[in-house]
Design a protein around this ligand. Sequence first.
Ligand code: F6R
Length: 244
Amino acid sequence: IQEDSKKASLFVANEIAGLIQEKQKEGKKAVLGLATGSTPTKVYDYLVQFHKEGRLSFKNVITFNLDEYYPMQPNSLHSYVRFMNEHLFNHVDIGAENVHIPDGSLSPEEIRDYCLDYEKKIENVGGIDIQILGIGRTGHIGFNEPGSSLNSKTRLIRLDRVTRLDAASDFFGQENVPMRAITMGVGTILSAKKIILMAWGEGKADVIQQSVEGQIKESIPATFLQHHNNCDFVLDDASSSKLS
Ligand code: F6R
């Protein structure tokens, strides 16, 4: 628990940078699982800053994003492709071939094979070293909404009403928020070697309390993280305020 999201984000950025540098020394690639939304933006700001200061290269980094709305064109204002380019990828020296974001522009018939292939790609690079997560008010991680099972893998899901409501302002109205998304599964997330979930602000305090101290259940998918043996919740004072 840190005083504010800025300090907490620096803590997380340092951890990611440390992994990248360590892997570089070993001549290996660092595999990052990345999230979008408002929560990780300061972490990306710090990573960009480290890169601009000449302290951090992304040449040996491979990334897999958690999710993308469906349907969604990559060049759309609302796409997570655009989000990641704007917040991170356009500002660092990562190879385009090393960036993976679920493709929201596929036809429905293509999705199944695409999702299986996404899982394969993660496996083929040796799995995710650090998975970054935010958390939704529904308790979702990635877009694994209530009802997602422990072993779920990358797939097309239907977004919860609360999630669509929370996204409404970004889309200039709830009716414009896509009904569905492609997301890594809970099982995909849990197979990461290390998981860091971040949450800021009072609005997340209830779901954080339930996720950390509550019973493990499908209705709050973030509770499944209690099964992981190397998972940190990095919180600010406000989001941790309801923990006992
Ligand atoms: C985004 C994602 C979501 C968000 C969550 C919190 O890639 O997977 O689980 O992390 O909805 O969103 P913010 O950070 O906007 O509160």
